[in-house]
Design a protein around this ligand. Structure first.
Ligand SMILES: [Zn+2]
Length: 335
């Protein structure tokens, strides 16, 4: 029997973006990596031959095609002071570029946050400053007394206000990161209208089929900072899927199925593994190029994700989908 195996031209790489918040030993574990572990990450990047490049450059080349070079971009969300005190010395030593997504209202607001002077200094030392809204709002949440047009105007104003403030401080980048990694169709459309590139917090690598308005990043904090896991993420490949927008907010169906359609018919779709709430998920093949993924249990209130990988030699194709579920009484979950 002739076995047709999916084969990428060798070598082949996708764009990988790493996401950090705090780099410190005394901040909340869920959003932190210790300084020592962060240094181990940088050494791992170095020792495995990855080139650290500016975020926009990585996106541009990765969206165009699978690439011949191992490239990675480093991002930090929220603009904490420890990026200057703990991360910068390690990055600067290597002369590596990085991106900091800041909510402009919080710049310099307390000792925990970077000031405008800090951001200027960081920019002189390789940083790009990106847009993370003005007040770090939950953009998808429409207020109780807000009509749709008011909500959308507020969302747009969050982003434009931040953009204008950043511009006056000399930061003119077109990159945007959704606070909490939360998006929906309306908010995504605003990012499109403003001509920006959008980043979520769902895992995965960037390839030609990625949605430039909700690009994946690998969050590295708490339990997810191990070195082998980092190596798997650095080497990950964008899953060759039809670009299809899947609304993340669930209402009626609390165990949503996810359909993945592969663009390459030689991919052995039965080998895709998915994890979600409840552990390993049921994957059924609906055609040669399609699989349907079902969770083992209802999704919990709050944010959750389906994470799918497909082993390829010693590497993984990687794709992740965000879900959001409100409280049973229809109110939003607390952060
Ligand atoms: Zn944030």
């Amino acid at each position: 029997m002739l076995l047709v195996l999916f084969a990428l031209p060798e070598p082949s790489f996708s764009g990988v973006v790493l996401l950090y918040h705090h780099v410190a030993d005394d901040t909340p574990a869920l959003t932190s990596i210790t300084t020592a572990q962060f240094e181990r990450h940088l050494k791992t990047i170095e020792e495995n031959g990855y080139q650290v490049v500016p975020l926009e450059n990585l996106v541009q080349t990765s969206l165009a095609s699978f690439t011949l070079n191992k490239k990675v971009a480093i991002t930090f969300d929220d603009g904490y002071k420890n990026i200057l005190t703990n991360a910068l010395p390690l990055l600067k030593k290597r002369d590596w570029p990085f991106t900091i997504f800041v909510s402009t209202k919080f710049v310099g607001i307390s000792k925990s946050y970077l000031s405008w002077e800090d951001l200027y200094y960081l920019k002189q030392n390789g940083a790009t400053i990106g847009n993370h809204t003005h007040s770090h709002a939950h953009l998808v949440r429409r207020g109780d007394n807000e009509i749709e047009a008011e909500w959308l105007a507020r969302v747009e104003s969050e982003i434009i206000t931040a953009k204008e403030i950043l511009n006056t401080k000399g930061h003119n980048s077109g990159v945007f990161a959704y606070p909490y990694g939360e998006y929906n169709k309306e908010v995504r459309d605003i990012i499109r209208k403003l001509g920006m590139i959008g980043f979520g917090q769902q895992s995965g690598a960037i390839g030609p089929d990625s949605d430039p308005l909700i690009l994946p990043r690998f969050p590295l904090a708490g339990a997810y900072t191990g070195i082998q896991a980092l190596k798997d993420k650095l080497g990950s490949l964008a899953m060759p899927l039809e670009t299809r927008y899947q609304p993340p907010l669930i209402t009626e169906n609390l165990s949503p199925t996810l359909l993945l359609e592969f663009t390459d018919p030689s991919i052995r779709v039965e080998n895709v593994n998915c994890f979600g709430p409840g552990g390993i998920m049921e994957v059924s093949r609906t055609s040669n190029t399609e699989i349907l993924i079902k969770p083992k249990q209802e999704l919990p209130v709050g944010r959750s994700r389906y994470n799918c990988t497909l082993r390829y030699k010693d590497r993984y194709f990687w794709y992740s989908q965000l879900w959001m579920r409100k409280n049973t009484d229809g109110t939003w979950y607390k952060e």
